[in-house]
Structure formats: structure tokens, C-alpha cells
Ligand binder design. Sequence first.
Ligand SMILES: NC(=O)c1ccc[n+]([C@@H]2O[C@H](COP(=O)([O-])OP(=O)(O)OC[C@H]3O[C@@H](n4cnc5c(N)ncnc54)[C@H](O)[C@@H]3O)[C@@H](O)[C@H]2O)c1
Length: 262
Amino acid sequence: MEKMSNTEMKNMFSLEGKVAVITGGAGSLGEGVAEGLALHGADIVVTGRTLKTLEETVKKVEAVGKRALAVVCDATNEDQVEEMTKKVLEKFGKIDILVTVAGIAKRHPAEEFPLDEFQQVLDINVTGTFITCKAVGKVMKEQGYGKIITVSSVRAFNGHPGGYAAYATSKGAVSILTKQLATEWAKFGINVNSVAPAIFWTPLTQEVLEDEKLKKIFLDRIPMGRAALVQDMVGATVFLGSSASDYINGHVLPVDGGTVAG
Ligand SMILES: NC(=O)c1ccc[n+]([C@@H]2O[C@H](COP(=O)([O-])OP(=O)(O)OC[C@H]3O[C@@H](n4cnc5c(N)ncnc54)[C@H](O)[C@@H]3O)[C@@H](O)[C@H]2O)c1
């Protein structure tokens, strides 16, 4: 790889001309990331289990002047994920960036955790992430280029008293999957990194927000004393999706107000 020109260096965070696929694109973070990457220049594909819920995100992307495509796709269904990549290639001809935002959380005391719910969390957060990376990774291998950003969590670094046996296990797996794929696919020109947020107030964390005691436990563990905002996630994904992070591979980036530092 050649040294960048001054113009390329100045524009290293730009996503102009890039195509980004975002799973879980109807969710709070998925929508925020879609709009954020579009504001930085990318055309956007959002995927999710129902078309209706993706329409709002499509409108937001188009409102900032970028092209958008919504594709119905359950991240745990390999056929649907393969079909989704075909649709993206038909419309845009390439996939530069993948952000695997689709995920769920279930909380129960470990000793009472229903096994079916434990398995469901692993299926969506781990297997769903793997299936999507596998399908898009094949496309990126063919292209000789690509940026994959998985979504882990601070729960992958430290245990928590709030009943996260399934979720923490799943996000720990997402972090090591990220490193594994990075080491396997670096030779194909693919960067695989992860963003590990602390807490955002979204439907996923609504029950924490509503439980004053639990909310205090969460915020007390964040040195900066506040939950994350969508722009915190956008900054990290723009960085990991752009050429500014070309030499960063297999990294799990906490977006956590300092939580895992102490
Ligand atoms: N909110 C937080 O505080 C927080 C913290 C750390 C990590 N995360 C992670 O960020 C991601 C997004 O979280 P969020 O807060 O926006 O949650 P959210 O519930 O608003 O969004 C999650 C989205 O994933 C979709 N989804 C679930 N299962 C799916 C499947 N099988 N196929 C396709 N889509 C599926 C849901 O429909 C939803 O649109 C998750 O991976 C979550 O674990 C969130």
C-alpha cells in the first residue's frame, strides 16, 4: 500500500462512494448508525425481520441525500442472509462496510436462566453475527476489500450483577469471533473490528432505565457518569468503516465512558 496523498489524508474519514450494510437497521442503534454513515457519505442497506420497521430508517437516509435499500432478512437464517447479499450486489454492485447491529438481551439470575432464552440470545447475537459476516465476508474476499464492524458490549469484558449470563457470554463470543475473523481475513484486505458500548437508553435497555436501583448500578460503573448517545456509536463506526482505520484489525473498541478502564 502506498503512502496517502495529502488530499487522501484529509479525507480519510470520508465514506463517500461506499456502500454500507447494517443489520438490525430498524433498531435504535441501527437507525442511528445508518443515518450517521449516510451523513458521512455512504449509501445504506438496512436489514431486519420486517420491512415496515425499516421504512423510517430508509426515509432518514434518503433525507440526507444518500441511496437506501431495505431488505427483509432474519440474521439467523443463512438462506435469507445469502439472498440479502445478492440483492445488495444487484442494486449497488459491492459491499464496502458491514455493521452487525442486530442483537437481543435477556436478563435473569444465572441460577434461574431459562435454557431456551439462553439459547435464543446465543443464536441471534453469536450465530446471527457469524452467518452475516460469513456471507458478506465472501463478497469482500472477492472484492479484495472490506470493513466489518461487529457490535460487542462492555459485558464482554466484565461480569455484572444484573443477570447477564446469556448476554455477556454472547458478547464475549462476538469479541473473540471478531479477532478470529480478523486474523483469517486480513490477507483478503478485510478489516474486522468491533465496537463495545456500555449503555444507551434504547428499548433493549428500557427495563434498566425503569429500575432506579439497577440504573444507579450501571451509571456508577461508568466513570464519565452518563449513558452513551447515538453520536458516540456513529463516531466509532465511521472511524472503523473508513480508511482512517486501515491498519486497525481485530480490535474491540469500548465506547463506554471509561467503564472497562477501571
Ligand atoms: N442499548 C445498549 O445499551 C447496548 C449496549 C451494548 C451493546 N448493544 C448492542 O447494540 C445492538 C443494538 O442494540 P439496540 O439498543 O439498538 O437494540 P434494539 O432492540 O433497539 O435493536 C436491535 C435490533 O435488532 C433486531 N433483531 C433482533 N433479532 C434479529 C434477527 N434475528 N434478525 C434481524 N434483526 C434482528 C431487532 O428487531 C432490532 O431492530 C445489539 O447488538 C446490542 O446488544 C446495545
